[in-house]
Design a protein around this ligand. Sequence first.
Ligand code: SF4
Length: 70
Amino acid sequence: MCKKIKKVSIVPGCISCGTCESVCPRVFQVKGVAEVRQDGPSYFQEDADLVREAADLCPVSVIVVEDENQ
Ligand code: SF4
């Protein structure tokens, strides 16, 4: 079973491609650069696969997903 997501952050370097918001719009929004929506954490569990997919697909790998017990 997948570990639960504790925190998602976006480190500097986003190129504003929009992929994360397309893949997981309830967690990410791209306003200039990508950010985690204010209410994004409430979807970390429900959309966990999408959050991980967005992180995998980010072309510059700036989405950092921290699992619980990490
Ligand atoms: S996928 Fe990565 S580069 Fe693209 S908008 Fe999201 S954080 Fe930025």
